[in-house]
Write a protein that binds this ligand. Structure first.
Ligand code: MD3
Ligand code: FE
Length: 220
């Protein structure tokens, strides 16, 4: 498969506007989150005030490099027992903050643009990467129905997304993701191995020294 990371003339993709196809059912919608940010950014601050970013323990007993929180009916959690979705924030025993309406509007509009009408996410995992933080290659397999897509929104510092195959050993493509980019993955691409290369140093006017990524999922 030829992955059109670059235009025919070899130029890097424009930072906003066009749609890049990564696979049969995986698309990058450049800048698609930007018009939603005036509503989404304050809603994120409210979520984080209620359920702050934290470094969860891995099943192996280390602290995760990235900091995360959740909103929606279900949140992704990690501890000595493994990875799973939980209706409660383990830090407080309380339900996760509700999915803010502007988050849902962004997720549904992006899913529809990628051909997934009627996407009804019940989970939003919010990852925060300080410079130097990476996410090693993995598959997302903790959700019940792999027929449902995942919508991912990138904010702040740019990063190189690693887009692998269905086998761990498949060499990943490197896809730069910028502030405001939205990626939708579903169908045959849903179980691709993927990860994030170490986030380069820098500061962004909105997020400071951080990359923030939301992933919307139908988990339950
Ligand atoms: C590709 N997060 O939280 S974007 C994750 O940027 C995760 O924080 C990354 O991988 C991040 O699990 C990558 C999201 C993503 C999610 C699901 C996928 C990429 C995917 C499923 C299949 C292929
Ligand atoms: Fe993932």
């Amino acid at each position: 498969m030829t992955l059109p990371l670059f235009d025919d003339d070899g130029a890097a993709p424009a930072p906003a506007g066009p749609v890049t196809h990564l696979g049969a059912r995986a698309v990058v919608l450049r800048g698609a989150a930007l018009s939603h940010l005036p509503a989404v950014w304050p809603a994120l601050q409210a979520v984080v005030a209620q359920a702050g970013f934290r470094h969860m323990a891995t099943p192996g007993g280390r602290a995760m490099q990235l900091a995360l929180t959740n909103c929606g009916a279900l949140g992704w959690v990690s501890d000595a027992r493994g990875y799973r979705y939980s209706a409660q924030d383990p830090a407080t025993g309380q339900p996760w903050p509700a999915l803010p309406a502007p988050f849902l509007a962004l997720a549904q509009s992006a899913a529809a643009q990628a051909g997934f009408d009627g996407f009804a996410p019940d989970a939003c995992l919010i990852n925060r990467y300080a410079p130097g933080t990476r996410l090693s290659l993995h598959q997302d397999r903790d959700e019940r129905d792999f027929g449902q897509p995942i919508v991912s929104v990138s904010l702040g510092l740019p990063a190189v997304f690693l887009w692998g195959g269905l086998q761990r050993a498949d060499r990943p493509q490197r896809v730069p993701l910028f502030h405001g980019d939205v990626v939708v993955w579903g169908g045959a691409d849903r179980l691709r191995f993927h990860g994030v290369a170490p986030v380069p140093d820098g500061t962004h006017p909105l997020t400071g020294a951080a990359r923030i990524n939301f992933t919307f999922r139908r988990a339950g």
